[in-house]
Design a protein. Structure first.
Length: 293
């Protein structure tokens, strides 16, 4: 295990408070945080148990992340691990995000991961995706920093829920070229369907604003779920926020299918997707539908 960054001593003897994300888990000795992959040791230290553990590795088209206006037509090495700091009832990747089974796979260090694409002129870089990359923070930081040092022309990309504290994100952004953020809905949606702590919408929108201010390429995904985040108020909250940053930020509206703990729902209606698309096009220039035929 690798010692984690961003933690302080907890109020109870031997406990630690993780400060990587807004949840701020207080973890007793031997326990794990909500994300499943940050563990308190016996000596008041916090460890990341998924450092160098890469159970998901694939070459993907950049459009699959999804990115529509970031080097289209290229492919990128996609890497993911176990764990997530949210527990979305509709999660499409729950076998990774809500599991720690991936920490038992063979170790693949930053040097080895960067080495996979070394000299490959047709590869864009590395995308940290599949699960939430912020709970893989130490590995993502070290790998992205090494990639930019070794191959400055290669791109480091995040596909993230944006639920991360300001300081660690600020330290990571200089090594990141692009981020696709999930903006899931208003505060109530985060609390009822994503298991987030209070203030989640504010935390995620802050992360998006930070990335835009830092000059990173940003695209935003919105998984539309009929009757959950598709009402006028929810749709307006998402679209108005994006437009307040820039009408040129690409916006991906994705269709939801039954999964995880929401297997009893129907796929999002095409009428709903078209309605949100038309609303978005009133204020945004680049709007795309995803997970459709």
């Amino acid at each position: 295990m690798e010692e984690a960054r961003y933690y302080t001593a907890g109020s109870e003897p031997g406990s630690v408070r993780c400060e990587l994300c807004p949840r701020g888990c207080v973890i007793p000795p031997g326990g794990r945080g909500f994300c499943l992959v940050r563990k308190a040791g016996e000596a008041g230290k916090l460890y990341t148990v998924n450092y160098g553990k890469v159970p998901a590795l694939s070459f993907d088209p950049i459009e699959k992340k999804p990115f529509a206006r970031f080097y289209p037509g290229t492919r990128i090495l996609s890497a993911g691990t176990a764990g997530c700091n949210l527990d979305c009832m509709f999660c499409q990747n729950h076998t990774l995000s809500r599991s720690d089974k991936g920490v038992s796979v063979e170790y693949l260090g930053p040097d080895e991961l960067c080495g996979i694409i070394a000299g490959d002129s047709e590869n864009l870089g590395i995308a940290f995706t599949y699960n939430e990359p912020s709970v893989w923070y130490e590995y993502v930081y070290d790998t992205a920093a090494l990639l930019k040092k070794r191959s400055p022309e290669k791109k480091a990309v995040l596909v993230s829920n944006g639920y991360i504290s300001a300081e660690p994100l600020e330290m990571l952004l200089p090594f990141v070229d692009a981020v696709n953020f999930d903006l899931k809905g208003p505060e109530k949606f985060y609390r009822t369907l994503c298991g987030a702590s209070p203030g989640a919408f504010e935390a995620v929108t802050r992360s998006i604003s930070m990335a835009v201010t830092a000059g990173r390429h940003v695209e935003i995904s919105f998984l539309a779920i009929d009757g959950k985040n598709t009402d006028d108020e929810s749709v307006s909250a998402v679209i108005d926020f994006i437009a307040s940053l820039s009408p040129e930020i690409p916006f991906h509206i994705s269709r939801c299918f039954p999964n995880y703990r929401m297997r009893d729902i129907a796929p999002t209606r095409m009428e709903t997707l078209r309605y949100i698309r038309d609303r978005a096009l009133e204020k945004l220039e680049f709007v795309y539908l995803g997970n459709v035929g």
